[in-house]
Structure formats: structure tokens, C-alpha cells
Design a protein around this ligand. Sequence first.
Ligand code: PLP
Length: 370
Amino acid sequence: MRSTTLPLLLDAVGDTPVVRLRNLTTAHEAELIVKLEGANPGGSLKDRPASHIIRHAERTGALRPGGTIIESSSGNFGIALAMYGASLGYRVIAVVDPKLTATNRALLQAYGAEIVVVDEQDDSGSYHKTRISLANRMHDEIAGSFRPDQCFNPLNSDAHLHSTAAELLDQAGPELSAVVCTVSTGGHLGGIARSVKRRAPHVRVIGVDVEGSTVFGGLAHAYLTPGMGLSWTPVNLDDLSLVDEVYKVTDDDAYRACRTLARTEGILAGVSTGAALTVALAAAMRTRAGRRVAVLASDRGERYLATAFNDEWLRANALTTECTVTGLRARAGRLAPHSTDPARDCANYLPELAEQLGSPTARATAEVSR
Ligand SMILES: Cc1ncc(COP(=O)(O)O)c(C=O)c1O
């Protein structure tokens, strides 16, 4: 037997499976297909930008042996960095907020990451801006530290352009008619939109935000769905003309759909997958048989056993426990787009923000252009 060189953990990212669903659509509608990003080693799609950004930082010398990685993340990106930090010998500090779940805290700690909690809300009522500015201040103070800066670093969408999108287009084949992605940093929607419009411009790109977040404008208020939302349009979504339609879904729709996916298709994924699935089902119901609508299952559902998959927790948070196919199809059938021309209707860029928060990526760009 010939011996082969096996990949390091950092290189074992991607090539995730795509499966077709059996029970949510009828024979007269498009097929729903799901890319299972939970199959990445850290359990989510965030392994891709984490691995890409770390590799780039090692190549450019921004991250040196024994260095410290500091990032604002209460979820999957922090967990991916903690995993790679453990493997590569970096100290990892995750700047989180009080919404951090007990499971994510335990996962970060399992990989040996340090946790710093921000408790001050920003002007939008969320914690993104206070978290990011604290991470930037810590980066200034800690020698040998590196900031992946997922909200402002274009390498985030670059990772998805070169891996997630390329894989999905090959796996979905010529029947692909639409791709549905949720949004927070805009990393995967931005990268996938760019790749799809280059390689298969007839494929519709659909973005999904949660009610209460203002990535695509609208009214800001508190929401529960983890992993989604931001209070501005991120730079990784710098060309909204590549996105054909955007939707806003409620917390209740997102939680119910992720539970329905588990019970009727046997796919245990997180709440953002439920949000994307509701919109993808609406698209599939409008599209003829023989075509395909793709959706990403962004992470594994085990992370949500104490929340989305716990009836008591749902009731305590005024969320519905019902999760049937009929209910999901009825809700999908009633969905209306927030916009069918997001570049015209929804841009909510805050061009000064990166510099105001002290983003190292913005600082480096300003220095180059000076
Ligand atoms: C589970 C989950 N879904 C969706 C997203 C949104 O992805 P992006 O940051 O690429 O917009 C995230 C981001 O953290 C996530 O963790």
C-alpha cells in the first residue's frame, strides 16, 4: 500500500455533502437540496473563513508562532478559531456578549479559548459594535496579536467564493435555479453571490435576514435567532446588485423550520438553517419540477439542544413548539420578499463605521491608499 500525506486539521475544510430532501416539496415543485456545512471539522460553515484567514495571516506574517488571535464572536467563527488555535498553538480570545449560550461557552472552553464578555449594548440595541471595538482595543494592547476582523475583512467572502460556491455549483448541476443564504457578516452570501453571478448568472441569489436586524434596512429590535443579523450592510456584501431578492423571517419561523427539518428530513441543523429553509421552500414551491433550489445548513443542530430543540425553553421565550410540514408549507406560501431590488431599496452601509470602531483591516486599507 502506498503512503499518502494526510491533511492537517486546517486543510481538512470543505467538500461538504449536498443532499436532496424527500418530504417538504411535492412532485410538481422544484427539488430542495441542502449543503451540509455541519460536516466541517468545527461543525459549521465558519471553518472556511477561519482557515482561509489564518492561512493568509501566517503567509503574510500578521500571525506568528505563539501569537494571539482576538475576535468578536459569540458563535461559530469563535469556535472555529478556537479549534484551529488549539491545533496550531495560538492563544485565542473570544470577545462575546451575554447572549452567548451555555453550549457555545462550553465549546470555546473545551478548545482552551479565553472568553471576555461585553455587557454594554450599542446604539442598535445589539452588542456587535461594543464587541468589535473592545476586540480592536485589545489587539492594540496585546503584542503579537492578530484580528481576523470577520465583519470588515473581505477575505471572509473570498473564502466562500473559492470554496463553498465553487463546490455548490458543481454539486447542484445545471438544474440549479436559486441559492438561498442567511446573513450576518455577509461572508457566505457575498462570496456565493459573486461566484454564482460569474459562473451561472441565471441562478437567482436570495438573501435572508431576521426581523429586527437591519442588514437590509428596516426596523431594529431585539431578536433571538443566533448567527444571523447585524445593524448595517457589511462590506462583504459590497455589491447588492448581485442579490436578486431579500427576505426577513421571524424568530418563530426560523425556530419552527429548523425543528421541522430535524423531524421530517432527519437533518439536525441550527436555527439560521430554519430561516433559510422557510425562504428556500417558498422558492421551490414557485419553481417547476426538474429544477433545484439550494440552501445551506450552516451548522450542526447539537449546538441548539438546550434551546431550539427544548420545548420548555421555547415556551419560556414565547416561541411555538408546533413543527409540521403542513405548517411550514403554509408559512412559506405566505412569505413576501422584503425587496426584489436590494441594491435600490435596502443598502444600509455605514462607511465610517470600520474606522470608528478601530478596525485593523480599515486601518491597513487607509495606510495603503495614503
Ligand atoms: C449558524 C450561522 N448561520 C449563518 C451565519 C451567517 O453567516 P455570514 O457571517 O457568512 O453572513 C452565521 C454566522 O456566524 C452562523 O453562525
